[in-house]
Ligand binder design. Structure first.
Ligand code: 4UW
Length: 548
């Protein structure tokens, strides 16, 4: 029998994100509450400011580019307090937002713009050059590149988003009508269980549902009007809004609940600590390598982090050693959450009160979901036995964009999503993730699709065949990508060839996809009869080599 959530079911209104965030009757915080504050400049926006700028930007999109329902807006930028206005402004105009990593190279960005069919791109000055080159490749005209942030181009060639939202005479534009269950709000990119990144189609209802599901699990305990915190909770948002964890859990959930959110564009441990101290941060969403730095880095002891009541870690496994080390050092508990781009993302989170008694669990299931662990033969396995996790609920994505086969492989006829993650449940409602059956590698919570790197590496003139696998590095609390390479006839494998390959790839991909695990040479890449790389054999081989 599939497991049911232990939370009582919640009502999920069939409304679009605009109505959900801006037209709700039960909002219990005022219009003039500061919601977003920039960690560096302290510039801030109230709830009313965000609503106004988003509706102005949405009207501007319709006035300037005749924005139509379903049009896709690319957003290629680091976190900014303006990202929310741009995002929800696009929804006002009936559009779909496709956020991209600001570290992407020209070709990575061009791939996403083309695949998603983006009609315009929002970016910031530091990314402008790459944005322009990518737009040129895919045919987005220069005048559809919109700048966000404070910096403007000196020649005034590019529209600034405030100019889009200040277009006069736009008041006549009304909000687009949204069919919440079918219309897309976001197209985020994930490689899923195999292959290259694919557009994950997330509907308005998916995000509304997940925001309410997370709130049901977190709000009763972390309510923003708690005693002892007269100004309420404040969250530190350094996880990127372009990744589903930052997008839903940090941005939508805290906005919906009216929690003040201090926005950081770039992470480094010292600024993070300084920001916690200055803004009296009470809660932060993190990834395991941040927990590691907090438990080890010398600078941490210089700051007062005592306002932090809890950290939430996810996107990659968190070890018991790290949880203990952090608590011992700064007395801050850390709990885990789990989810995927395809599940909007959160499916499980550890209840606050169980952070210590269920260390290692990714949590209990959020409301309105059912889940089961399945054998390789696709039979449900009993409680306590290991299998692949399948999940069903209102947060499950609609499918991969223009990829019927990928969608068919990921979703069953009766609505279950196959996560590609392996683990077990303990019979008391706690779920564990112990491994993956999918190819994906996670570097500090970011996706590294091995097939994408292999696709690039085989075109290197010295490489005959290649396979990329992930290897866990405890000292960094993350996996890193490592390539097994078979060199071409006549090429001698050597440290200089290794260096050449690593540098060659580094110039072509975003920083998080670099071969930090290095290159290992081999005479053969093991493959199945159908030509599939047998990664498990390579992982075993590596383990044996490292133990030597
Ligand atoms: N333990 C082990 C975990 C864990 C994990 C994720 O890039 P995506 O598609 O999405 C994410 C989502 C992270 C996230 C979701 C919900 C949530 O509450 C939270 O807060 C803590 C974080 O990263 O990658 C999905 C893949 O990432 C791995 C797993 O392999 C999954 O399929 N993953 N969380 N706690 N592995």
């Amino acid at each position: 029998m599939p497991a049911k959530s232990k939370y009582p079911p919640i009502d999920i209104p069939n409304i679009g994100l605009w109505d959900f965030l801006f037209e709700r009757k039960d909002r219990d915080f005022p219009d003039d509450k500061v919601i977003f504050a920039d960690a560096v400049t302290n510039r801030s926006l109230t709830y009313a400011n965000v609503k106004q700028t988003a509706s102005d930007f949405g009207k501007g999109l319709r006035a300037v580019w005749d924005w139509q329902k379903g049009d896709v807006l690319g957003v290629y930028s680091a976190n900014s307090i303006e990202t929310p206005g741009v995002t929800w402004g696009c929804h006002f105009a009936g559009g779909i937002v496709s956020p991209a990593n600001p570290g992407y190279t020209v070709h990575e960005l061009a791939f996403q713009l083309k695949d998603s069919g983006a009609k315009a791109l929002v970016t910031q000055m530091p990314q402008l050059e790459i944005a322009l080159q990518a737009c040129k490749i895919v045919g987005i005209p220069e005048n559809r590149v919109i700048l966000m942030g404070d910096a403007r181009d000196k020649e005034g060639r590019f529209k600034h988003w405030t100019s889009v939202r200040n277009i006069s005479g736009t008041q006549r534009y009304r909000r687009a009508k949204v069919d919440a269950a079918n219309d897309l709000a976001f197209l985020v990119y994930s490689s899923g269980t195999t292959g290259k990144p694919k557009g994950v189609m997330l509907t308005h209802r998916n995000i509304v549902a997940n925001t309410l599901m997370i709130t049901a699990a977190e709000a009763p305990i972390s309510g923003h009007a708690r005693e002892g915190y007269p100004e309420g909770d404040s969250i530190l948002a350094f996880l990127p809004f372009f990744h589903i964890y930052g997008l839903t859990v940090v941005l939508h959930q805290s906005f919906y609940r009216g929690v003040k959110t201090v926005v950081m564009a770039k992470f480094d441990i010292e600024s993070w600590c300084a920001c916690v101290q200055q803004h009296k941060i009470t809660f932060a969403y993190v990834v395991p390598p941040v927990v590691l730095q907090l438990s080890k880095h010398p600078c941490v002891s210089k700051y007062d982090l005592s306002t932090v009541r809890m950290l939430n870690s996810g996107a990659a496994p968190l070890t018991k050693e790290l949880v203990d080390a952090l608590y011992e050092r700064i007395k801050v508990p850390v709990k885990q959450g789990y989810g995927l781009s395809e599940t909007s993302p959160t499916t499980h989170t550890q209840p606050w009160e169980l952070w210590r008694s269920t260390i290692g669990a990714v949590g209990t299931m959020l409301p309105n979901q059912t889940a089961k662990y399945m054998s390789a033969e696709e039979k449900e396995v009993p409680v306590g036995e290991v299998g692949e996790l399948w999940i069903k609920g209102p947060n499950i994505f609609k499918g991969y964009l223009n990829n019927a086969e990928g969608t068919k492989n990921a979703l069953t006829d009766d609505g279950y999503f196959k996560t590609g993650d392996v683990g077990y449940q303990d019979g008391e409602g706690n779920f564990f993730i112990t491994d993956r059956v999918k190819e994906l590698i996670k570097y500090k919570g970011f996706q590294v699709p091995p097939a994408e790197l292999e696709g690039l590496l085989v075109s290197h003139p010295k490489i005959d065949d290649v396979a990329v696998i992930g290897v866990y590095r405890e000292e960094q609390a993350t996996e890193v990508p490592l390539a097994y390479v078979k060199v071409r006839d006549g090429i001698t494998a050597s440290p200089s060839v290794e260096k050449e390959i690593m540098e060659w790839l580094a110039a072509k991909v975003a920083n998080h996809k670099r071969l930090r695990g290095g290159v290992r040479f081999t005479d053969e890449i093991p493959k199945s009869a159908s030509g599939k790389i047998l990664r498990r054999l390579l992982k075993d081989k590596l383990k044996a080599e490292e133990e030597k």
